[in-house]
Design a protein around this ligand. Structure first.
Ligand code: 9MR
Length: 469
């Protein structure tokens, strides 16, 4: 088991924040942007900021009603803690087993949650047969593993940790020695290319620990990502695990920002924090740092309750063993609900205080004389398409407060929806109605939320319909 070295081991809150963005000079009009209603769960609050808030899930715990209750209520993204790793999915060479991975995936999808895939290649948790291979035989087996697993889950995984923990600790800034590394320094890019070919819709991430600030290890990874971007190696995001002790690096946010500046998303992938005097503050600091960087698209905590954590005795999570919310939970929720966020790319809602719609916005410009229909909702789409497939991110905006929504999308003939997140899809072909899930139906006046779907075929064109409840 790899342990990072750093850790020593209701009521409805309703704060409507209306931001008067300013009166445009020359009497052009009054511009008012309102933040969304405060979210009452982690997932809802994060969704209102265009992010996800997820948890690592163990298939064996899904039958625990306290565990499942907290998971279903609070989180809108899920990562399989162990069930999609190499030893779990290919226990003998060429024989693939997805039973436990599918249990987690199906639970997540049935409850409207997106799924992070973790992890295609890693030096740890390899099946014994792979540990005994080397050279070309291991390289071929590894790439085949990436291809098979990413193909099996094609269209169902929001982001894949394609390669996990390949850099060395300490000051070298170089790669970790491993059987995979000994197949040649290009093993990481080979894995990313194979993953892209197998699942073009998934965001492909490099994931590591002790990278939670600007240091030699994170700089080594930064240099690799910069090189990949320069040479066109497909990489979409960097995962910062963030297994934290009792302090947080003062360069935590700056480190996220420098990766974002390379043109990749950043995801906080395995957050947990040693319980102690600063736990709640550190959780809040991580949350604020992510919200401050537009390309930081989500946070995952590494487990649901303290007793579910791999860090026995550290009590590093947001819920106690009985499923009660801890002070750290409230700190995170408050940070998510506070103003001052930045809007991730693809979003069509201007950040609070903005008077200029982002490029590609389909919402009326400030000062427009055609407001959205009173009492209703509008939907706008950001489309990422390639030959044969697409991923659509849909923003649902409400002019006045609503308590539910349905977005209808007309798909061209031959096009089919293969997956969706933060919504319930009523069908896969023709005109498909996408309804809200429990945590994102309620939108305050002037607020918005996001969901997504992916599909095969030609992407739908035009503006979807939106009806509010
Ligand atoms: O939480 C996981 C634990 O149940 C496993 O025993 C362990 C085996 O290595 O892996 C843990 O998850 C790790 C994750 O996959 C990668 N980053 C470090 C995590 C904690 O060790």
């Amino acid at each position: 088991m790899t342990r990072p070295s750093t850790p020593s081991r209701s009521h409805r809150l309703r704060r409507l924040v209306l931001l008067m963005a300013g009166v445009l000079a020359g009497g052009a009009g009054l511009v008012v942007t309102g933040s969304a209603d405060a979210g009452t769960t982690l997932g809802a609050a994060a969704a209102e900021k265009g992010r996800y808030y997820g948890a690592a899930v163990a298939a064996g715990r899904l039958g625990d009603s306290t565990y499942a209750g907290v998971l279903n209520r609070e989180f809108n993204s899920v990562t399989a803690e162990n069930e999609m790793k190499w030893d779990a999915t290919e226990p003998s060479q060429g024989r693939f087993t997805y039973t436990n991975g599918d249990r987690i995936l199906n639970h997540a999808r049935a409850n409207g949650k997106s799924v992070r895939g973790h992890a295609l290649l890693w030096h740890a948790q390899q099946p014994p047969w792979a540990q005994s291979l080397s050279g070309t035989a291991l390289r071929n087996a590894a790439i085949n593993h990436v291809t098979q697993v990413a193909t099996y889950y094609r269209g169902k995984i929001h982001s894949w940790d394609v390669v996990n923990e390949a850099f060395a600790d300490g000051n070298s800034g170089g790669r970790r020695d491993s059987n995979l590394q000994r197949t040649g320094n290009d093993w990481i890019e080979a894995a990313f290319r194979a993953a892209r070919a197998a699942d073009p819709a998934a965001k492909l991430c490099y994931n590591d620990y002790n990278t939670d600030g600007i240091n030699a290890k994170s700089t080594g990874i930064y240099n690799m990502v910069r090189d990949f971007k320069a040479r066109g190696v497909p990489i979409d995001c960097v995962g910062l695990q963030s297994h934290l002790g009792t302090t947080i690096d003062s360069t935590y946010q700056a480190n996220i920002q420098r990766f974002a500046d390379l043109g990749v998303d950043v995801q906080i992938t395995e957050l947990d924090v040693q319980q102690g005097g600063n736990q709640a503050n550190i959780f809040a600091t991580v949350t604020r740092a992510c919200l401050a960087v537009p390309r930081c698209t989500g946070i995952t905590v590494w487990g649901v309750r303290d007793c579910d954590s791999w860090r026995t005795g550290a009590n590093p999570l947001l819920f106690d063993c009985a499923g009660n919310k801890k002070a750290a939970y409230t700190a995170v929720l408050d940070a998510l609900n506070a103003g001052g966020t930045t809007t991730p790319p693809g979003s069509t809602t201007p950040p609070p205080g903005s008077t200029t719609p982002p490029p590609g916005s389909t919402t009326p410009p400030p000062g427009s004389t055609t407001p959205p229909p009173a009492g209703g909702c509008t939907a706008s789409v950001s489309m990422n398409a390639w030959t044969g497939g697409f991923v659509a991110t849909v923003r649902v905006s409400a002019a006045t407060a609503i308590s539910g929504w349905t977005v209808t999308v007309a798909l061209p003939a031959g096009t089919a929806v293969t997956g969706s997140w933060s919504t319930r899809a009523g069908g896969t072909t023709g005109t498909v109605a996408f309804g809200n899930v429990d945590y994102n139906g309620r939108i305050a006046a002037g607020g918005s939320t996001e969901f997504g779907f992916q599909g095969t075929g030609t992407p739908p064109a035009g503006t979807p319909g939106c009806s509010a409840a």
